[in-house]
Ligand binder design. Structure first.
Ligand SMILES: Cc1ncc(COP(=O)(O)O)c(C=O)c1O
Length: 374
């Protein structure tokens, strides 16, 4: 299987060297530092693997079920700890899809499923989220797209890049649509935990026997560098297939990632961290929203959850040219162009990263650039 590069990763590779001074694109909460964990770390922790389960530390799997609202609904063995949500998606997609199988993806959406499906030689069908509908997933289009050949549906909730949420009823309807054709259904919840107006949506693993929930500690907790996430699925064969594929790549989880994630997800610590992340996120998103309202060349539907959203550039400006101009001196400010999501007249903006993102500085510089273009 030869995997080809996607525009989003190409842009990141191209721009990492640019050393921006400000970021208007961070999708994660401010990251904690190692020192925050030292009091809870055992200096005698063996750096061998956990030696207890190929599925990951049992305590961590219990935390994952608790936060996904799946206590008593899914079993600890329905959870597999992985190297981020990215590995969870990878393992599930690679084991489920074969050449000629049909997969349904959403656009705009997280490109991983499309990249892997292409490499596998699968047939890709797209359901378009429309800006005029505030980026809602059109369930009638999804219903019309599935067929007896549909092997897999891949969705994000909250959606990357728009922050749009699926409601409880949406999720139940989507499960019905998938069930009608026996399709597997991955709902990537990597941005869950930062819902601005609603409660966290239920996880699909609790609603559908072929539902696969993926998530991680990367976004709401800001712990992206731990490379620790999970897959939850009530189907034991799917979990075992993922373990078998992982045995032939990275074999096991890294012990420091698992251990630190387990500490970070202990109930008291988790709720304190989420409270801080929500307060910070709400404040920065309000600031971003007010900034956009003042710009004649920008408009957006603010995210219902998570720290990122897609903003439209007026005046026929091209998102990629705009992002490159903004990254170059004198602006030195990073954001992702909408071209990473096939939305050429948009930019992806984000309120994450905490103080180190220098968001206000970045916005001032963006305003200056917008004024020169307006
Ligand atoms: C929707 C989505 N899924 C998965 C990932 C990968 O996250 P992780 O760090 O948990 O692998 C990202 C990262 O941006 C994402 O946006």
């Amino acid at each position: 299987m030869k995997v080809k590069i996607h525009t989003l990763f190409e842009y990141l590779l191209e721009t990492t060297e640019a050393q921006p001074e400000a970021f208007i694109g961070f999708s994660l909460s401010q990251s904690p530092v190692l020192g925050d964990f030292l009091d809870d770390l055992d200096p005698n922790l063996s750096l061998d693997w956990n030696g207890r389960s190929f599925r990951g530390l049992p305590e961590l799997r219990a935390h994952v079920l608790r936060e996904a609202g799946l206590d008593g609904i899914c079993k600890p063995d329905d959870v597999l700890i992985t190297a981020g949500a990215a590995e969870a998606n990878y393992l599930a997609i690679c084991q489920l899809l074969e050449a000629g199988d049909e997969i349904i993806i959403e656009k705009p959406g997280w490109p991983q499923a499309e990249v892997l499906a292409r490499a596998k030689g699968a047939n890709i069908k797209v359901v378009e989220r429309r800006e005029a509908d505030a980026w809602a997933l059109p369930l009638d289009d999804l219903r019309a797209a599935v067929s007896s050949k549909t092997k897999l549906i891949f969705l994000t909730n909250p959606n990357n890049p728009t922050g749009r949420l699926l409601s409880v009823q949406d999720l139940k309807d989507i499960a019905e649509i998938a069930r009608a054709v026996g399709a597997w259904l991955i709902v990537d919840e990597v941005y869950a935990g930062l819902e601005w107006n609603d409660a966290r949506a239920p996880s699909i693993a609790g609603l559908y026997e072929r539902g696969i929930t993926t998530g991680s500690v990367s976004k709401a907790l800001g712990l992206q560098g731990l490379r620790t996430g999970w897959m939850i699925c009530p189907d034991p064969d799917l979990i075992m297939d993922a373990i078998i594929l992982r045995e032939n790549s990275s074999e096991i989880m890294n012990i420091l990632g698992e251990t630190l994630a387990e500490i970070a997800m202990r109930a008291k610590r988790y709720s304190a961290a989420i409270e801080v992340a929500r307060a910070d996120g709400r404040k920065t998103l309000e600031m971003l929203d007010a900034f956009i309202a003042r710009q004649p060349l920008l408009s957006w539907t603010p995210p219902e959850a998570g720290l990122i959203g897609l903003a439209r550039l007026g005046g026929y400006l091209n998102g990629e040219e705009f992002a490159k101009k903004l990254l170059a001196p004198p602006y030195r400010t990073f954001l992702l162009p909408g071209s990473a999501y096939e939305q050429p007249n948009h930019i992806r903006i984000g309120a994450g990263g905490g103080a180190s993102a220098q968001l206000e500085l970045g916005l001032r510089r963006m305003q200056t650039l917008l004024e020169t273009l307006g």
